[in-house]
Design a protein around this ligand. Structure first.
Ligand SMILES: Nc1nc2c(ncn2[C@@H]2O[C@H](COP(=O)(O)OP(=O)(O)OP(=O)(O)O)[C@@H](O)[C@H]2O)c(=O)[nH]1
Ligand SMILES: [Mg+2]
Length: 323
C-alpha cells in the first residue's frame, strides 16, 4: 500500500536511524509521529512508532536511573541457542514468529526490531532457543548485538531471496562487520586465536514464495543452508533439523531398572559425550555412587553393560545402577 510519506517524515526517520542516544531517538520518533500522514496505509507504522516511543521512554527512564539499556545476555534454554543475523528486512523476526512461541514485531519496513526476542523452537522432542536480533548495519548496530552473537552456539545468517542479486554482497558485508568485532564464521565450531570467536554458521534464505527455485543457489553458499517461506511454510521443517544438526548435540533417555524408558524428555549433551557425562547430567551424586550402566541403542546388543567411558549416540537409552 503506498504510504505517501512526506519529506519531513522521511527526514525525521533518517534522524531516528542515525541517532546514537536514547534522547535523540525519542525526539526523532516524536517528530515522526507528528509528521506521518494519517490514513489507512500508515496505520501499522503509526502503531509501531507509538510502541517505539513507549519503549524508548522506558529505556530513557531506566538510563536516568542508572540502569543499562543494553542487552548483554540472554540466558540459554533448551538444547542450544541460535541467533538470527542479517541485513534489515530480511525476514529474521518472521522466522522467529513462525517457528517459536515468541511474538516479535514483523514489519514491511527496515529496522523494525530494536531489542532481542528469544523464543523456543521445537525439533522432534527437543527445544532449541532462537533469538531474534536487530539487523546488522554499518551505522546503526549497537555493541550489545555483537555481544549476543558472540555468546550464541550457532549463528543463522538470514538473507531474502527477493534480493537475490544482493546475497553475495550481503554475505560479504555481514562477514566483514562480524570480523571487525573478532567474530569469524565457520561451518563447524573451532577454537580461534585470542579474542576471536569462531561461530558455527548456517544460512536461511527467506521469502521463497516470492522467488521459487532456489535449490541451485543453496549449493553455492559458503555454509549449509535452507530456503524457507513463512507464507507457504516451505523449508521450515528443514530449518529445524538444520539447527539441531548444527548444535552437535545428542539425546539421551533414561530408564529405571525393570521399567519402560522415559521417552518424553531427553537430556541433551554435546556430541561425543560418554556414559559418565550423561550420568553426571542426570544427577551429580550418581557419578560417585555409579556401579554400572546398561545401554539400549549404541551398545552391541540391547541392555548391554558398558564402561563409563563408552561414547553415547543420539537416541540412546541408559539405565543407571548406583550402589
Ligand atoms: N512473501 C514473504 N514475505 C516475507 C517472508 N518473510 C518475511 N516477509 C516480509 O518481509 C518483511 C520483513 O520481515 P521481518 O521479519 O520484519 O524482517 P526482519 O529481518 O526482522 O527486519 P528488521 O527487524 O527490520 O531487521 C515483512 O513485510 C514480512 O512480512 C516470507 O517468507 N515471504
Ligand atoms: Mg526484525
Amino acid at each position: 500500500m503506498p504510504a505517501n510519506l512526506t519529506p519531513e517524515f522521511i527526514k525525521a526517520r533518517e534522524r531516528f536511524f542515525k541517532a546514537s542516544t536514547t534522547e535523540e531517538k525519542l525526539s526523532a520518533l516524536e517528530d515522526m509521529q507528528s509528521t506521518i500522514p494519517k490514513h489507512k496505509g500508515t496505520e501499522k507504522m503509526r502503531a509501531d512508532i507509538k510502541k517505539k516511543i513507549a519503549r524508548f521512554r522506558d529505556a530513557d527512564l531506566r538510563a536516568k536511573k542508572g540502569h543499562s539499556s543494553g542487552y548483554d545476555h540472554i540466558p540459554k534454554e533448551g538444547a542450544g541457542q541460535a541467533v538470527l543475523v542479517g541485513p534489515p528486512n530480511s525476514g529474521k523476526s518472521s522466522l522467529v514468529a513462525a517457528l517459536t512461541n515468541a511474538k516479535p514485531e514483523v514489519a514491511e519496513y527496515p529496522f523494525s526490531t530494536l531489542a532481542p526476542v528469544p523464543g523456543m523452537m521445537a525439533f522432534e522432542d527437543v527445544k532449541i532457543q532462537l533469538v531474534d536480533l536487530p539487523p546488522l548495519s554499518e551505522e546503526y548496530t549497537e555493541a550489545w548485538v555483537y555481544n549476543l552473537i558472540r555468546a550464541a552456539d550457532v549463528a543463522v545468517l538470514v538473507l531474502a531471496l527477493d534480493e537475490m542479486d544482493l546475497i553475495d554482497e550481503s554475505l560479504g558485508d555481514l562477514r566483514r562487520m562480524l570480523s571487525e568485532r573478532h567474530l569469524e564464521l565457520a561451518t563447524e565450531a573451532a577454537v580461534g586465536e585470542e579474542r576471536v570467536r569462531i561461530l558455527p554458521t548456517r544460512i536461511a534464505l527467506t521469502k521463497g514464495d516470492v522467488v521459487p527455485g532456489a535449490a541451485e543457489l543453496l549449493t553455492e553458499l559458503p555454509f549449509p543452508g535452507v530456503a524457507t517461506s513463512v507464507v507457504s511454510g516451505a523449508g521450515l521443517g528443514d530449518f529445524r533439523r538444520m539447527l539441531f544438526d548444527a548444535l552437535r548435540v545428542l539425546r539421551v533417555y533414561t530408564k529405571l531398572p525393570g521399567r519402560k524408558a522415559d521417552l518424553e524428555e531427553p537430556y541433551t549433551l554435546p556430541a561425543g559425550s560418554t556414559v559418565l557425562d550423561a550420568v553426571r547430567t542426570v544427577h551429580r551424586e550418581f557419578a560417585e555412587r555409579l556401579k554400572y550402566v546398561r545401554v539400549w541403542g549404541s551398545g552391541r546388543f540391547d541392555g548391554q553393560q558398558v564402561p563409563s567411558d563408552h561414547r553415547l549416540k543420539d537416541g540412546d537409552i541408559i539405565e543407571i545402577h548406583v550402589g
